[in-house]
Design a binder for this molecule. Structure first.
Ligand SMILES: Nc1ncnc2c1ncn2[C@@H]1O[C@H](COP(=O)(O)OP(=O)(O)OP(=O)(O)O)[C@@H](O)[C@H]1O
Ligand SMILES: [Mg+2]
Length: 375
């Protein structure tokens, strides 16, 4: 491995990466193609805020990795830079209760965290709206991954408070964008009727990208992240094809980075097809990793128990879970439902002789892959 530029081998001080950062999860792309109509719809809904009115509430839906969060971040960035509208994106995977959501809003409005000693929700809410009215500001809140508020039974209360803010606190102007990637969740249907009657959002749908669009987006990312000539058309086409299997663009971005690392491991200046295939063995689990990352300790404990009792009946799994955590059946059922909705497990009803119907639980992924990512 001499590093002679003609032999295709890398020397120690060389890299295939021009800027590895562009493959990181929180990188916001410079260009955002194939989402023109969605951006237009969102801008239309937000426009009243620029004029000082309450914007139209909006519901953004679409499968994972289709650019929903990126669209919100792009628009919020523009609004903050060019107008007086205040924007806050709340990640509900992290802040999954009404109190936590409003703590984030408080933090944005006041630039410091609310007192940790715990003030009542009412007070927290009042301070936020008072400040908005005082500063004559419109607030736009994006509840990103709002499905997590539903899993915790906090969605109705949270939305109700946000949507009725102008009634409870005269002069307060708040608009809401809810973002969900759980297509099996009927957001409106699952809300209390008192919320349904005030929540009639504009709908914006983000479909999966087709393979040509994926190729186009990843080509640009690769050009920014890799040196010239590192990945050629056939290899990139393979990346796009593998990404198309789930349609989650995150898989493609992760594949590019890992394939680049694999090439470097071989001290090669270029990515070969095998680098892509090897990388896919890891990259195909990006969605699983993301789902697991947001789980609490007891939820993780149940996933671990399941990995060790894959395909067993719910009762049997419960016994093992109870043994490990001392938690009761109610909490156990709640977690099972959440994991089912997240697509981490599959729960199927089966007839059991003499005992009626029982649920059979299995992981939606290879148990070893799950355990690897839990530990
Ligand atoms: N049109 C696009 N151009 C460039 N990059 C994109 C585009 N769409 C998505 N991406 C990239 O793909 C990744 C996933 O996008 P994003 O996080 O916006 O998806 P999402 O729809 O919010 O997914 P989830 O529902 O799982 O949260 C991000 O790294 C983002 O930079
Ligand atoms: Mg997102």
């Amino acid at each position: 491995m001499t590093g002679d530029p003609d032999d295709g081998m890398l020397s120690w001080d060389e890299s295939v990466f021009r800027d590895e950062h562009v493959f990181e999860i929180d990188y916001i792309p410079e260009t955002f193609k194939h989402r023109e109509s969605q951006l237009e719809s969102l801008k239309y809904a937000l426009r009243p805020a620029v004029r000082g009115s309450r914007p139209l509430n909006t519901m953004v839906r679409g499968p994972p990795g289709t650019g929903k969060t990126t669209a919100v971040q792009k628009l919020f960035g523009e609004l903050s830079a060019q107008t007086d509208v205040r924007t806050v994106r709340v990640n509900c995977q992290v802040d999954s209760t009404r109190y936590a959501v409003f703590s984030r809003l408080f933090e944005s409005v006041f630039d410091y965290e609310p007192p940790s000693s715990g003030i009542s929700f009412k007070k927290l809410f009042g301070q936020i709206t008072d400040r908005l009215v005082e500063d004559d500001e419109v607030l736009v809140v994006a509840l990103d991954d709002v499905n997590y508020l539903f899993y915790e039974n906090e969605a109705s209360d949270t939305l109700y408070s946000l949507l009725r803010a102008h009634e409870a606190h005269s002069g307060a102007r708040i608009g809401v964008i809810v973002v969900s990637s759980d297509l099996s969740l009927d957001v409106i249907e699952e809300l209390d009727s008192r919320v349904q009657s005030v929540f009639r959002p504009e709908e914006v749908y983000f479909p999966v990208y087709d393979t040509t669009e994926i190729y186009d987006i990843l080509r640009e990312r690769a050009d920014r992240g890799f040196h010239e000539g590192v990945i050629d058309r056939p290899e990139l086409e393979r990346v796009a094809e593998l990404t198309g299997e789930s349609g989650d663009l995150r898989v493609g971005i992760d594949l590019l980075r890992r394939a680049g690392l694999n090439a470097e491991m071989r001290a090669s200046r270029t990515v070969a097809e095998e680098d892509v295939e090897d990388a896919y063995e890891k990259s195909k689990f990006v969605h699983l990793s993301r789902s697991l990352r947001g789980l609490s300790d007891s939820e993780r404990a149940l996933v671990e128990t399941l990995a060790e009792h894959d395909g067993k009946r719910a009762g049997e799994v419960y016994e093992a879970f109870h043994e490990a955590t001392d938690l009761g059946y109610t909490r156990y059922s709640e977690i099972i439902n959440k994991l089912d909705q997240l697509g981490v497990i599959e729960a199927e009803y089966a007839e059991v002789e003499g005992r009626g119907r029982s649920r059979e639980l299995s992981l939606a992924y290879d148990p070893d892959a799950v355990l690897d990512r839990l530990r």
